[in-house]
Design a protein around this ligand. Structure first.
Ligand code: AP5
Length: 222
């Protein structure tokens, strides 16, 4: 089953995708992680993407769509994925619908994690991450066990370059202009499920698991 997580920067998409992926044994495809890995490894894609990411802009659709198409063709994605951060424009959503159709698949649901703006800023300003394994922490809401060190791989934690306050505001503006229209796009297809994302991590995860189980059961009933 393919599902996607929608929401503003800092809504908790990556946090929820990681937990759901482990619980349901479905791989996560995060375009943000794919771009950050490419930047870390200094690939051609990374060198191209970094100029967009560091100023809070979207990487152009053509590049992003090609990246996701290639990732979805890999064998571990054959039974479905949890998409985090893609699609992010109507053009990407339309291309994604075509990809699923070409693969003989259809979207299970699009979970929109709705979070108030003041909560988003608190989450982004306290975020730390591990550039080795991608794990994300928050110094108050979701702290690591040993300060400054990743729980999974013991590497030092870092701040994301696009979490600087000026870039945060730009990313939220870009989200409102380019990505928020996808809420209506998926509502119109009947796939949208809205979750109150102002609650703690466990409460949101419980809602996502219930949605996934319902969708899987509905699929089996057909
Ligand atoms: P991306 O990495 O996708 O960033 P984003 O969408 O801006 O989302 P974030 O990763 O900032 O937040 P999140 O919702 O995952 O929250 P998180 O779980 O970390 O993209 C980065 C850039 O790459 C883009 O700006 C763009 O340039 C480019 N890009 C990516 N995809 C693209 C695409 N499709 N097209 C074009 N360009 C693309 O949580 C945030 C913090 O809050 C953490 O510290 C966490 O511990 C904490 N937290 C999470 N949930 C809770 C909770 N319920 N309560 C309290 N704290 C919480």
């Amino acid at each position: 089953m393919d599902i996607l997580l929608l929401g503003a920067p800092g809504a908790g998409k990556g946090t929820q995708a990681a937990l759901l992926s482990e619980w349901a044994d479905i791989p996560t495809v995060s375009t943000g992680v794919l771009f950050r890995n490419a930047i870390e490894q200094e690939t051609e894609l990374g060198k191209y993407a970094v100029s967009f990411i560091d100023r809070g802009a979207l990487v152009p659709d053509e590049t992003t769509i090609a990246l996701v198409r290639e990732r979805l063709s890999e064998s571990d994605c054959a039974e479905g994925v949890i998409l985090d951060g893609f699609p992010r424009t109507v053009a990407q959503a339309e291309a994604f619908a075509e990809m699923l159709k070409d693969m003989g698949r259809s979207l299970g649901f699009a979970a929109y994690i709705r979070v108030n703006q003041d909560v988003l800023l608190d989450r982004l300003s306290g975020r730390w991450f591990c550039s080795n394994c991608g794990a994300t922490y928050h110094h108050v809401f979701n702290p690591e066990a040993v300060e400054g060190v990743c729980d999974n791989c013991t590497r030092p934690l870092e701040r994301r370059s696009d979490d600087e306050p000026a870039v945060q505001n730009r990313r939220i503006k870009v989200y409102e202009e380019a990505t928020a229209p996808l809420i209506e796009y998926y509502r119109a297809t009947g796939a949208l499920r809205t979750i109150n994302g102002n609650r703690d991590i466990e409460a949101i995860q419980a809602d996502l698991r219930a949605l996934l189980l319902n969708a899987q059961n509905a699929c089996c009933d057909k």
